[in-house]
Each structure stands twice: as structure tokens, then as C-alpha cells.
Design a protein around this ligand. Structure first.
Ligand SMILES: *Cc1c(COP(=O)(O)O)cnc(C)c1O
Length: 383
């Protein structure tokens, strides 16, 4: 075997041994909450399509119409010829939803964090990150070349101590956190983090990938704490509750202009296809027009946590902690045998020994769906 193949095969074998190898499973999502895998229809609690907008006729028709008008691709970076007329309409809606002067649409949420953080922070700066923050926040922090410090999950005292000792040695400081934590479902204390940022002359970035469309009346986690939190950098994705694909930053006009000029993942990557932008416009219009609908995924998650006596859900995401990766895989398989799709989440997505079932609720799950899942998952809940 060539050395490269031996390297890959050995690495895979080691991951297999630790139950940490990942495999793609063909999954056909044809009608909302049902997923066909291995020829079987499973009731899914693993899609981030919280509002089922990926298949809403208003959204799919908007995408089809955009293809007819503009074709399937943007043709270039937005700074060259890829800035088709749909972008400004989407950015205006995003800025409006988030209450900011401007917005910038990126190719994906991952690309957004990579570009935003490395544009705003550099070698002389401090990037302070919640330990449970999403992988792309870490990627952006690393790419900045600055000092990357980690604070304990949602622990304001720990964050303050780090700022106390390290802030003065750095020119700028950026605090980055998920607004809704992707694998735990809890919210970041954004108002308190905003106060901390103010106290230490730091900038706050909140990643609202799992907040837009489902908390804060659909406006996201900045708006889920009473008065809107003072979050200078509100980023997120168009690929979860919004139903399609793409990422965004909502911020002040100068910050947006700087990011559009400097963020490498924006400048050197092709603009989103017209269909994705049109779909996001239709989805956001739907979210704005139907705030009561945006409350349903969280209400469904709360029906589930009540049924199992778990701590009350704060978002549509409910983690069921299992521990060992192998055990989490077995629990997921048991649920699949019973007709449910609840994917196991293993390290390094989550810390060692905290493998879990991650249950995600959508607007379309019925009371009966939730009750049946609770009955099936009950035996896997650690007491
Ligand atoms: C999914 C996710 C992202 C990445 O967004 P994509 O648009 O899928 O690239 C970023 N941050 C968090 C917290 C996420 O859960």
C-alpha cells in the first residue's frame, strides 16, 4: 500500500477502535420530519430544520423562480460579478430582524466565523472563547493569530478573571460564544457577557446558528433575555431554522464594510447561488410574519423535558447524556430499531465521556410523536 493510504487506513482503524469513526448514511428527507435510511422511514429528531422551512412551498418556489431568473450559480466572488440583486434584499431583511445597521451574507456559517474573527482580531489581540463554542469559532480564533483563551462554559467569573489578568497585555479583545449551544441547547448569558465586554473594552460575538427563527420571537438569542442584549457582532446561519444554506453577520455599517473588504472567506469564495439567497428571503419573511409559529419547536422541546422530568428546555435542542461513545451509538441504534432517528454525538464534537443523544424538535412534531419518543428514550436517561 502507498504510504499515504497506509497512513489513512491506520488512522481510521484507530478511530474505529475508539468508536469515533464517522460514516455517511444516505438520508432522504422527502417530507419534513420523516427521513428514509436503509430503505426505512424514520421519524427524525436530528434535523436542524426547526421550522420545516426547507420544504415549505413559499420557500422552494422562491428558489425555483430565482434559478429561472438568474441561473444556478453566482459565477464569481461577490466582489467581482457574483453580487446578484437578491443579496441586498436578504441583507436588508437580516439587518431589520436583528436591529442592526447592516448585514453581510457569507457562503456558510462556518465561513462566516472563520472570516469575521480573523478580520477583527490579529496577533496583538485576545480572543476569549466559551469552552463549548462551535468548531468554526475556534477555527476563526486560531486563524486570527491572536492569543486564544478559553473560559469555562457560561462562567462569567472565569471569563472576568481571564480578562483581568490578560486584557491589558492586548490591544483588542473579542469574546466569542454560541448564543444557543449547539450540543447542549442552553443559552449564553448574553446580557451579562455584554456588560463584561463593556467593562473590559472587549467586543462580543454571538453565534446564533440555533437561535434565529426559534427563540426571542424568531429574532434569535439576543432577544431571548427580555431587553435586547448589546451584542455588537450577531452572526448565524441560514442552514438551520431558515431552512437553506449560507451564513451571515449583522453589525454596524463600518464593521460590515470592513468585513466585506477584508474577510478572506468572503473575498476569495464564490457568492451563494441565487436559489439559496431567494430561499432565505422567503424563509425570513415567513419567520417575521409568523412569530407564534417560531415558538413551536421550543414548546415541543419543553413538552419532552416535562414528560421525562429533565431540566426545562431553553431551545429546541435537548441533550440526553450517555457518557461512553459506544453506549451512545447503541442507544441511537435502539431508537432506530423503534423507528426514531436520534443521532449520537461523540467526541471531539463534545468533550470526552460526554457522548450523548442530541434531540432536536421542530414545529411539525406532534404531541403524539413527542410522547412516543419520550417513552422510547426513557430507558436511556441516566438518573
Ligand atoms: C451549524 C453551526 C455553524 C455552521 O453553520 P453552517 O452554515 O452549517 O456552516 C456555526 N455555528 C454553530 C453554533 C452551528 O451549530
Amino acid at each position: 500500500m502507498p504510504a499515504l493510504d497506509t497512513f489513512a487506513a491506520e488512522k481510521l482503524a484507530r478511530l474505529d477502535h475508539k468508536h469515533l469513526r464517522r460514516r455517511l448514511v444516505e438520508s432522504a428527507r422527502a417530507d419534513g420530519i420523516w427521513v428514509t435510511r436503509h430503505g426505512r422511514r424514520l421519524l427524525s429528531f436530528s434535523c436542524n430544520d426547526y421550522l420545516n422551512l426547507s420544504q415549505h412551498p413559499a420557500v422552494t418556489e422562491a428558489a425555483i423562480a430565482a434559478i429561472r431568473t438568474y441561473g444556478v450559480g453566482a459565477g464569481a466572488s461577490r466582489l467581482v460579478t457574483g453580487n446578484h440583486p437578491l443579496f441586498s434584499a436578504l441583507e436588508a431583511r437580516l439587518a431589520d430582524l436583528k436591529g442592526t445597521d447592516g448585514a453581510c451574507v457569507f457562503g456558510s456559517g462556518y465561513l462566516a466565523n472563520l472570516g469575521i474573527i480573523s478580520t477583527l482580531a490579529g496577533k496583538t489581540d485576545l480572543v476569549l472563547v466559551d469552552e463549548y463554542a462551535h468548531s468554526c469559532i475556534w477555527a476563526g480564533a486560531e486563524a486570527s493569530g491572536g492569543t486564544v483563551a478559553t473560559f469555562r462554559h457560561n462562567d462569567l467569573d472565569d471569563a472576568r478573571n481571564i480578562l483581568k489578568t490578560q486584557r491589558a497585555a492586548h490591544r483588542h479583545a473579542l469574546i466569542a460564544t454560541d448564543g444557543v449551544f449547539s450540543m447542549d441547547g442552553d443559552l449564553a448569558p448574553l446580557p451579562a457577557l455584554a456588560k463584561l465586554a463593556e467593562d473590559y473594552d472587549a467586543w462580543l460575538l454571538s453565534d446564533d446558528a440555533h437561535g434565529i427563527g426559534v427563540v426571542g420571537g424568531g429574532r434569535g438569542s439576543t432577544f431571548a433575555h427580555g431587553a435586547p442584549a448589546d451584542v455588537a457582532l450577531q452572526m448565524g446561519t441560514l442552514s438551520k431554522a431558515v431552512g437553506g444554506y449560507g451564513g451571515y453577520l449583522c453589525a454596524s455599517a463600518p464593521v460590515i464594510d470592513l468585513v466585506k473588504t477584508k474577510a478572506a472567506s468572503f473575498v476569495y469564495s464564490t457568492g451563494l447561488p441565487p436559489a439559496s439567497v431567494a430561499a432565505a428571503i422567503a424563509a425570513i419573511d415567513y419567520i417575521v410574519a409568523n412569530p407564534e409559529y417560531t415558538a413551536r419547536p421550543l414548546a415541543n422541546a419543553r413538552a419532552f423535558t416535562r414528560a421525562l422530568n429533565l431540566p426545562e428546555a431553553q431551545s429546541p435542542i435537548v441533550p440526553i447524556l450517555i457518557g461512553a461513545a459506544e453506549k451512545a451509538l447503541k442507544a441511537s441504534q435502539d431508537l432506530e430499531d423503534k423507528g426514531f432517528l436520534v443521532v449520537a454525538i461523540r467526541p471531539p464534537t463534545v468533550p470526552k465521556d460526554t457522548a450523548r443523544l442530541r434531540v432536536a424538535f421542530t414545529a411539525a412534531h406532534s404531541e403524539d410523536d413527542i410522547a412516543r419518543l419520550a417513552a422510547a428514550i426513557g430507558p436511556h436517561v441516566r438518573t
